[in-house]
Design a protein around this ligand. Structure first.
Ligand code: MRU
Length: 348
């Protein structure tokens, strides 16, 4: 598996060859590959790789295949806790393994590779559809603020929130992107700014604490962010700082949208209170680019995500349309539609 190392961007374009599933797990943990949909895609390929390697072992029995498969799924599930796309992708791989259970082990491994490719391709299609549904919500001409990175890097391709902006611009809208730098790991400054530059999208970078002032100046007409997990009632977990941005938007009367595929909707989770929030190591806050910036010994709290309550969200854009308040009926229907679509296209 070849992964673009997102930690090195924008300075260097480095590809990491992962020859073992452990290396893919480490890449997810360390944010070499990141963004909820991209994490799911990477895990699916990693599981497929593990089983491809396993069947090359002589005399592998069906029971050992199952044991390696279960253990690999479990270990991928322990890499990052918040992005539900990871667990969604693992479930898809488990369903595939179960469907082909009576076949030979080589065939089962090959089917897992096919499923990973399908998850990847479907993600691109979902992003393009999100773009089509979301573009009409963007201003004809004006500023749109976004947080973290939700572009091609964070997905199978095109992106979710940034994908909506891309589609709107492709349709002729004149959008200026305001990019929150997104402390502590700077996904906005490093990755969204890089993607905007690649696409020649007009964009301005601000530090997170400048957003209130920029909104007050009237530069921004809509806000759009991605999500790592959306509860059934519409509460949406996303990169730390998204909640603050949504509150600022409410105060300034600016619509705040979430854009995410249905693979990000956790229909079994009734509210944001039950979304697990990842806490990461202190060095991400005390250091910048490897340089210590905080006083030594200071205590640090580093939650990687926060939850935007549904009442701050003007609409949740998925590949099946725009869910509006009260979100639950729309989200339940969209997830059901996605499942029905998947069952239709699934191989017999
Ligand atoms: O910690 P990260 O960089 O994986 O967090 C990513 C985000 O919060 C994104 O906004 C989210 O996953 C949506 S990506 C389309």
């Amino acid at each position: 598996m070849r992964l673009l190392d997102q930690r090195a961007l924008p300075g260097e374009t480095i590809y990491l060859d992962c020859r073992q599933p452990d290396e893919v797990m480490e890449a997810i943990r360390t944010l070499t590959v990141r963004g909820a949909p991209a994490i799911g895609v990477a895990a699916a390929y990693g599981i497929a790789q593990a089983m491809q390697l396993a069947v090359r072992t002589k005399d592998l029995h069906a029971n050992s295949f199952d044991a390696i498969f279960d253990e690999t799924c479990k270990r991928f599930g322990a890499t990052r806790p918040t992005a539900v796309n990871l667990f969604w992708a693992i479930k898809r791989m488990q369903e595939t393994a179960a469907r082909w259970h009576i076949r030979g082990l080589h065939e089962r491994a090959a089917m897992l590779v096919e499923e990973a490719k399908r998850i990847h391709a479907e993600d691109v299609e979902m992003c393009l559809a999100i773009g089509r549904h979301g573009a009409p919500l963007m201003p004809q001409s004006g500023g749109v603020i976004t947080h973290c990175n939700t572009g091609g890097l964070a997905t199978g391709g095109h992106g979710t929130a940034l994908g909506v902006i891309r589609t709107a611009v492709a349709q002729g809208k004149q959008i200026h992107v305001w990019i929150d730098e997104t402390r502590p790991l700077l996904q906005g400054a490093r990755l969204t700014a890089w993607e905007c530059a690649q696409d020649k999208l007009p964009a301005t970078l601000i530090t997170d604490n400048m957003a209130a002032h920029v909104l007050k100046l009237g530069h921004v007409h809509a806000a759009i962010a991605g999500a790592d997990r959306i509860a059934r009632n519409g509460d949406s977990a996303n990169k730390i700082g998204t909640y603050g941005l949504a509150i600022l938007c409410k105060y300034h009367n600016i619509p705040f949208y979430i854009a995410a595929p249905t693979s990000t909707v956790d229909i079994g989770c009734d509210s944001g209170a039950h979304i697990p929030i990842e806490e990461r190591k202190a060095e991400e806050v005390t250091h910048l680019g490897g340089q210590r910036v905080a006083a030594a010994g200071v205590d640090v709290f580093n939650p990687a995500f926060d939850v935007v309550p549904h009442e701050l969200i003007a609409g949740i854009i998925t590949e099946h349309g725009v869910a509006k308040a009260p979100f639950e009926p729309d989200l339940v229907a969209m997830v059901a539609r996605a499942r029905a679509h998947h069952n239709q296209v699934e191989p017999a």
